[in-house]
Design a binder for this molecule. Structure first.
Ligand code: ATP
Length: 479
């Protein structure tokens, strides 16, 4: 089983993530979060919001609707250009993204130690992505490199053509072209169209940012690798509005801040890196990805883009309404430039699941443990009575109730203590509190640390403070 398969299996078994509408066989690349997954997701969302909105007095939040006026997507360029290069394997009918087929080929060359070939194809890919006829150039490269279809092994391709990734639907009872609208493919546009509403009501002055967390929808051509590439997913985006000319400083600043946030979730520095874009979107003057080293290789979790005045400028033109900022100090008006930070919530969850997953041997027995940073762990502490008598369950219940006033806690009296620990290890619960015979005598309990397995005895009344201190000082354990 690959590492990813093991994570998928644990997610299902323990209630982190289920396939959507599973009783009907699931829906491709759509997933539901179960009881543990929803807690993990809430904690990550909360951490992002705190970092972006509460720690910056010049960042405001919004929650825009998923459905937007259809002209939004003309102005943003999505109707014309939000597409991926699609190619079909004639033998199997399977569809692939042409650029990803080539990237896979490069990865295989690198794996085989053919670094010079990998570099040559990489350069050819960059050239193809910049070519006037990108579709033809990608096709030619696939043919020249004799890249075969990953599933059938055939070498029988259609031409490359562009496929628009937006889901559409109709608003109101009449299904005609005028009533066609889209499910938003990114949350950013809900921020741009509200730029003046937010600026004027919050009385922010430039530079300032607007943050949003919400669902986005993309009809991805190839959706695989679990929640890495989904058709319905959640984004956490922040658009930072600056004076034209100030964008590069803001860009450099946000790059560092965003990298630090990923580390604050317990991701070690050596598993994160910046990756410059091979091809800048026509409106961007700088763009970088933050990548995490997944089991499947280095992959993007977040994009940081300097988008100039492209979006606000276009909305101004399409809507026929000024979206200018008046600078009271300089007494001048201008359309601000924008630096955006855009991170996938689900992809962050996959990063955390991948980083946390460990199989270990503890005193001769195997255990699977999810070593989440305690601040994102779905359950912070579990309380166990050693046995179901002598008043131990009542004391344990009382501790659990007290803990629940502060964070998510869990009570378990079923099975041996060892088994209860194992269940909590799989859920990623950092602290296990056991009420035993000594508790009856002197009011102390044992607290077991999920990572070090160290057990300490502390007075039961100090459990909350002890856990809060440990959560604050937690660092990722060495392997
Ligand atoms: P990719 O190149 O992987 O398709 P992208 O560059 O189009 O991604 P952006 O439009 O920059 O991605 O979106 C910002 C973030 O949203 C990404 O870094 C990723 O974390 C997340 N994201 C984008 N598409 C998906 C998807 N289909 N499923 C899950 N998360 C996604």
């Amino acid at each position: 089983m690959s590492d990813l398969d093991k994570i998928v299996s644990l997610c299902k078994r323990r209630g982190f993530i289920f396939p959507s509408s599973e009783i009907y066989g699931g829906l491709s690349a759509v997933y539901d979060y179960g009881p543990l997954g929803v807690e993990l997701k809430r904690n990550v969302r909360e951490s992002w919001w705190q970092e972006m909105v509460y720690r910056h007095d010049n960042i405001e939040g919004v929650d825009a609707a998923i459905l937007m006026h259809p002209t939004t997507w003309k102005a943003s360029g999505h109707v014309d250009a939000f597409s991926d290069p699609l190619i079909d394997d004639k033998a199997s009918g399977m569809r692939y993204r042409a650029d990803q087929l080539i990237e896979g080929h490069i990865a295989r060359l690198t794996k085989k130690g053919k670094d010079a070939d990998a570099e040559r194809v990489q350069q050819a890919l960059v050239a193809a992505l910049h070519a006037d006829d990108m579709n033809q150039a990608l096709y030619d490269l696939i043919i020249a490199e004799e890249i075969r279809a990953p599933d059938s092994g055939a070498f029988d391709w259609t031409e490359v053509r562009q496929f628009n990734l937006m889901f559409d639907t109709h608003i109101g009872p009449i299904h005609n072209a005028e009533n066609k609208i889209y499910l938003r493919p990114e949350t950013a546009q809900g921020i741009f169209v509200n730029f003046l509403n937010v600026q004027q009501t919050s009385r922010q002055q430039i530079p300032f940012g607007i943050a949003q967390i919400g669902k986005a929808f993309r009809n991805e051509i190839v959706a695989r690798q679990f929640i890495f590439r989904m058709r319905e997913f959640e984004q956490m985006e922040m658009q930072y509005f600056v004076k034209p000319g100030a964008q590069m400083d803001a860009y450099a600043d946000w790059k560092e801040k965003r990298l630090a946030w990923h580390q604050s979730l317990g991701i070690p520095a050596h598993k994160l890196r910046f990756h410059e874009h091979e091809k800048l979107a026509h409106y961007a003057d700088a763009a970088v990805d933050i990548q995490y080293e997944f089991g499947i290789g280095w992959q993007e979790v977040e994009g940081i883009h300097s988008r100039t005045d492209f979006d606000l400028g276009n909305h101004q033109e399409f809507a026929g309404k000024k979206l200018e900022y008046f600078d009271p100090q300089a007494q001048e008006r201008y359309v601000p430039y924008v630096v955006e930070t855009s991170v996938g919530l689900d992809r962050t969850i996959l990063m955390l699941l991948s980083e946390a997953y460990r199989e270990e041997e503890v005193s001769g027995a195997k255990r699977t443990v999810m070593r989440f940073h305690p601040k994102v762990a779905p359950i912070k502490a579990a309380v166990f009575p050693l046995v179901k008598r002598d008043g131990m369950p009542d004391i344990a219940r009382a501790i659990e109730q007290d803990l629940r006033l502060h964070f998510n806690a869990f009570y378990d009296e079923k099975g041996s203590v060892g088994k209860r620990y194992r269940r909590m290890d799989e859920a990623g619960t950092p602290f296990g509190i056991t009420v035993d015979g000594d508790t009856l005598e002197d009011g102390t309990v044992t607290v077991r640390d999920r990572d070090s397995l160290e057990q300490v005895r502390i007075p039961k009344d100090n459990v909350v403070r002890f856990i809060e201190d440990r959560m604050r000082s937690w660092t990722p354990p060495e392997d």
